[in-house]
Design a protein around this ligand. Structure first.
Ligand code: SF4
Length: 76
């Protein structure tokens, strides 16, 4: 089975910079209030998404393995 990542954004932490959607537009977008939200429940793994999570100024983005539940970002 092809690996998938589950990405979540903590709505209470997000400060609406828009950086994540600009960095990983295949995985993240912005809602009507400018908050980062995942495009889908699971997305293909990718460096852009990892960069987006690392670049979030408030570390609101979490990535886990969709099948394994293993935490990928922030590093466990
Ligand atoms: S980079 Fe972080 S703070 Fe900025 S919109 Fe995305 S989740 Fe929110």
């Amino acid at each position: 089975m092809t690996e998938r990542w589950r990405v979540t954004v903590d709505h209470d932490m997000c400060v609406h910079t828009g950086l994540c959607a600009a960095t990983a537009p295949d995985a993240l977008t912005l809602d009507g209030d400018g908050q980062g939200i995942p495009l889908a429940d699971t997305v293909p793994p990718g460096q852009a998404l990892r960069d987006a999570a690392e670049g979030c100024p408030v570390e609101a983005i979490t990535i886990t393995g969709a099948d394994t539940g293993t935490q990928i970002f922030p590093p466990p």
